[in-house]
Design a protein around this ligand. Structure first.
Ligand SMILES: *Cc1c(COP(=O)(O)O)cnc(C)c1O
Length: 371
């Protein structure tokens, strides 16, 4: 008997194949142009990405981590400052904070949405002695955090908001795209993201022209004019090939998000009576980008192993909360974040999948739950 075809957790190669001729043409155009870093393709992509978000300024950078890091710097965060974020995220969110000598303050999540709890943030902010300078909510798995409440709290306390949008390209919260709520937003274009390059890439989006100017200088040696560093800066540039590829893929982002959404819908319907705790469906307020379809079970390891036997790859994002990792170890107690990290497992939901693939995953899950 032949092995069943694999269902991968993410499939950037399939996405390349889906757009292959356009991507090859875009790469050829760059090769022939003689501009390879921060040239016309980067500028065009920055403008197209700003338009996609409804107007503002985009600054292309080298990756999502540096998008966070440079923006924190541009917002005036420095050594010893405190930055609020969550513990159930990829290490990158905390790495960006720690790189500039600031200290991450982990805020508890909401049990149902698994994103930053506004009441928990309010409680942290009420402790005036440990002033928080910036809040970094993470739109985890594609679902926006509770931005109206978080922004209102931040405004009340004079705290800036930087959205970690690495998993939420095209997501919507209360009628506004993720990334347009805060003072700035950081995007990653790592190949497995909803908008993925074929290599590393990232961007900052903001509607604040002064912040944008600081970021444009920071990403290239602190230059405001060539060869003269106005401020200390570094190198975090986006290259032309990645920008040209992102311009191709951006044309398909909405269609691919719609595909993710319909696959997620199918899971929600077919698994509604299963033993799994399912993610919240989209409603009139939140439209997830469905970067992941994150379910919860206390029997995660068993489910993951049984699915793998059937060729179905389920990722565990993320198994260990940041405050339990050696690099960020802290005594803080975050029972809901810890529970989420213990129970979460992601079912494949990328746009390279078909309804039949979802049905196959569902059938295996239902077989597993009745064992
Ligand atoms: C991917 C990701 C990042 C980091 O992006 P890179 O481009 O890998 O540096 C940051 N935050 C979140 C939530 C991510 O998923």
């Amino acid at each position: 008997m032949s092995e069943p075809t694999k269902i991968l957790a993410a499939d950037p190669h399939a996405n390349f194949i889906a757009h292959e001729s356009e991507i090859r043409a875009a790469v050829d155009r760059v090769l022939a142009s003689g501009h390879y870093v921060l040239g016309p393709e980067v500028t065009a992509f920055e403008n197209e990405w700003s338009d996609y978000l409804g107007g503002g300024i985009t600054i292309g950078v080298a990756n999502g981590t540096e998008a966070l890091e440079l923006t924190l710097r541009a917002l005036g965060v420095g050594a010893g400052d405190r930055v609020a974020t969550v513990a159930n995220t990829v290490s990158a969110t905390a790495a960006a904070i720690q790189q500039i000598g600031a200290q991450p303050v982990f805020v508890e999540i909401d049990d149902e949405t698994m994103t930053m709890s506004a009441p928990a943030l309010a409680a942290k902010m009420a402790q005036g002695s440990d002033q928080i300078k910036v809040v970094v909510p993470v739109h985890l798995y594609g679902r926006p955090a509770d931005m109206p409440a978080i922004v209102e709290l931040a405004n009340k306390h004079g705290v800036k908001v930087l959205e970690d949008c690495a998993q939420a390209h095209g997501a919507v919260c209360a009628g506004r795209k993720a990334g347009t709520w805060g003072d700035a937003a950081a995007f990653s274009f790592y190949p497995t993201k909803n908008l993925g390059a074929i290599g590393d890439g990232g961007a900052v989006f903001t509607r604040d022209p002064e912040l944008a100017e600081r970021l444009q200088a920071l990403r290239q040696y602190g230059w405001r004019q060539r060869y003269v560093s106005a401020t200390p800066g570094r190198n975090s540039r986006l290259d032309e090939i990645q920008a040209a590829i992102l311009r191709v893929k951006l044309k398909y982002l909405d269609a691919e998000n719609a595909r993710r959404s319909s696959l997620a819908q199918r899971y929600l319907e077919q698994l509604k009576d299963s033993a799994l705790h399912l993610p919240l469906a989209d409603d009139g307020i939140m439209t997830s980008a469905w970067h992941q379809f994150a379910v919860r079970t206390r029997h995660r390891a068993d489910l993951q192993a049984k699915m793998l036997e059937k060729g179905i790859h389920c990722g565990v994002l993320y198994p260990l909360p940041l405050h339990h990792q050696p690099a960020y170890a802290s005594e803080v107690q975050l029972p809901l974040s810890e529970k989420a990290c213990d129970e979460v497992i992601c079912l494949p939901v990328h746009p390279g999948l078909t309804a039949a693939d979802i049905d196959r995953v569902v059938a295996e899950i239902l077989r597993w739950t009745t064992l």
